[in-house]
Ligand binder design. Structure first.
Ligand SMILES: [Zn+2]
Length: 317
């Protein structure tokens, strides 16, 4: 069997998985607390220890693992973490440190890019050369895979798709600018709009869905009420989809990728989101008559980081 290890380093937890490269599955995983901010060498030592544990659990040695891939928050350029605010790191030679500690070839990438890579290799972009991932969560994350490789960009922070401006002078975004896609299509924005419309429409079914408590409104509320034919919920979903379609159309017009992969909590709505989105895209992207680009829901949910990190070695092969 061919093994590799994928490490998903987050601000709260470090999730590490031993991956069977031929079976395309995680055979065993473990998670430890990150306890950030901490020095890069300390976190790297924790990663090494868990890697050794995982190998022991299945009766192999770390030397039998082909490589270790790590997905980290922050800006990554050629294996160096230039800046990771929530870890408290600047210019850390993370790739080199983990490689020295473990004795295994090591590859480090930004977490959103790694998640996109998981989709490109084993997820909804399997067999394709290009995929753009858009993750609709608290914010909007992105990853660009071109010709089978992650596009980090000259500066190391390409694919900030959430900060594409879709409305000049529009809503205020978390980045300080106005009109970014994130201000319209993140889960946070969806919840905000849901609550705003609930206040405007006291008779909306969204009140029933939330048991009369506006604080219970979440990213699912409008979708649930919309299914029951609620007018205000319909407005929330229509607006959300219209804005998202503009963002996706811009991505398609620039890259013409094989696949646009939609992930994050909101993508859990599945066809209730994708059907109107695909319909809307017919009218918003250029050259739609010959459009072959697929727009799909992400295959991986929680394991995208581990899988994507683990597969980084394939990119270097
Ligand atoms: Zn922004």
């Amino acid at each position: 069997m061919r093994y590799c290890i994928g490490v998903d380093l987050g601000g709260t937890n470090i999730a590490i998985g031993l991956i069977d490269l031929d079976g395309k599955v995680i055979i065993r995983k473990k998670s430890v607390k990150t306890r950030a901010p901490r020095p890069c060498v300390e976190i790297s030592a924790d990663i090494r220890d868990v890697c050794v544990d995982l190998c022991n659990d299945v009766g192999i040695t770390l030397s039998e693992v082909e490589w270790i891939g790590v997905a980290t928050p922050g800006i990554v350029r050629s294996g160096v973490v230039i800046d990771a605010f929530n870890l408290g790191w600047t210019n850390e030679k993370f790739e080199e440190i983990v490689c020295t500690m473990t004795g295994r070839p090591t590859f480090v990438a930004n977490d959103a890019n790694a998640a996109a890579y998981a989709e490109a290799k084993w997820g909804c972009g399997i067999g394709e050369e290009s995929l753009i991932a858009v993750t609709l969560g608290t914010g909007i994350g992105g990853g660009i895979i071109l010709n089978g490789k992650i596009w980090e960009g000259f500066n190391g922070f390409a694919a900030e798709l959430g900060h594409m401006v879709i409305d000049v002078g529009g809503r205020r975004c978390s980045c300080g600018l106005r009109g970014c896609l994130e201000a319209y299509c993140s889960a946070t924005a969806l919840v905000h709009e849901t609550r705003r419309m609930m206040k405007l429409y006291p008779d909306s079914l969204m009140w029933q869905v939330t048991g009369g408590n506006i604080d219970c409104a979440d990213g699912r509320t409008a979708f649930t009420a919309n299914e029951q034919g609620d007018f205000a919920a319909r407005q929330v979903i229509d607006d959300f989809v219209n804005y998202l379609a503009i963002g996706i159309a811009n991505i398609i017009n620039i890259f013409q990728p094989s696949v646009v992969c939609i992930g994050g909590g909101v993508s859990g709505q599945g066809e209730a989101l994708m059907r109107p989105l695909r319909e809307r895209l017919k009218y918003t992207s250029f050259g739609t008559k010959d459009m072959r680009t697929r727009v799909e829901v992400a295959v991986y949910k929680n394991d995208a980081g581990i899988i994507g990190a683990g597969l980084l070695g394939i990119m270097e092969e």
